[in-house]
Design a protein around this ligand. Structure first.
Ligand SMILES: [Zn+2]
Ligand SMILES: [Zn+2]
Length: 306
């Protein structure tokens, strides 16, 4: 490599790391010891840059406390997931977005609301946008997803959504849930992974589909630079132990970003297992969904979505 090229790539790496360090150091709103108190902050917003926002709900109002991503292009914006509630008393999502919009010089022509997957903690905020002209909701069923993003062969081929000078890639990611997708943002080099991988315990409904998805994502990272893999939840402590389901106070939760090494470590573990089973890597835990949970998931899936 030419010395100048080497230096340039060195500085790019340094500056990317500096930006990712914001995510590594960010201490999110993580619930409260006393959730019964009044006037608790409901939403945490990180303005990563002027065109990229990460929103998290308070664990006091929903133990799921999912992460929601709002990305602006030159014309349109994309909201990845809408959270657990359409009631502004618990989750003032519309108010939060309007406050972000009010600080921008130009308004987007449209805000597309897409979903990482068809689980209620990721789409129950859709009600905020019903009847609002600015917002376009992407459906939760497979046909709606493949049509909207232009995915020709699910799950092998990818789709895209053009926001104007920021074209997001859409990567089918079934396994945790049948219609799951991941989003690649070339601007920040983020891979938004929903519940497919995050620092916590991922329940896997279809083991073979999940293994293929992790291979697909890892293959994608070998062709595209990825500065951080950002998922839908944090459930691990800084010591690598798991907070129990239902926890409303996580004072020692770990940081949000995962990296390509974490994905590779998960892939190796998946490939080392002859049959489905529990996996605990340093940053991601995986467990096959049991029979009853799978049936319940089928039932909920049948009645949900549009
Ligand atoms: Zn899920
Ligand atoms: Zn979730």
């Amino acid at each position: 490599m030419h010395l100048a090229t080497l230096l340039i790539s060195f500085f790019i790496t340094i500056s990317l790391q500096a930006e990712t360090s914001v995510l590594l150091e960010k201490k999110w709103l993580h619930g409260d010891r006393n959730c019964a108190q009044r006037d608790l902050q409901k939403v945490d917003v990180l303005a990563y840059d002027e065109d990229s926002y990460i929103i998290r709900q308070n664990k006091c109002f929903t133990y799921e406390a999912p992460f929601i991503y709002l990305l602006f292009g030159d014309q349109k914006a994309f909201l990845f997931d809408s959270g657990t509630s359409s009631d502004p008393k618990y989750f003032p999502l519309l108010e939060t977005i309007e406050s972000i919009l009010s600080q921008r010089k130009t308004k987007p022509t449209e805000i597309i609301v897409g979903h990482s997957h068809n689980h209620s903690d990721h789409y129950s905020g859709d009600g905020h946008f019903i009847g609002k002209e600015l917002y376009q909701l992407v459906g939760l069923k497979l046909n709606a997803i493949t049509d909207f993003y232009g995915i020709k062969a699910w799950p092998e081929s990818s789709g895209q959504v053009d926001l104007g000078n920021r074209t997001l890639k859409v990567i089918p990611s079934p396994g945790h849930q049948e219609e799951a997708i991941s989003i690649y943002d070339p601007k920040n080099q983020w891979l938004l992974s929903g519940d497919t991988v995050y620092p916590g315990l991922v329940y896997v409904k279809d083991w073979e589909a999940y293994r293929s998805t992790i291979n697909r994502l890892l293959d994608f990272t070998s062709k595209h630079p990825v500065s951080a893999i950002l998922g839908g939840h944090i459930e691990l402590t800084t010591k690598g132990t798991l907070y129990p389901i239902g926890t409303t106070y996580q004072p020692n939760e770990t940081s949000l970003p995962l990296f390509v090494e974490d994905l590779r470590s998960l892939q190796q573990n998946l490939n080392n297992l002859d049959q489905k089973g529990t996996i605990r890597t340093e940053r991601v835990w995986v467990e096959p969904m049991g029979f009853f949970r799978r049936q319940l998931s089928n039932l909920i899936r049948f009645f949900s979505g549009f």
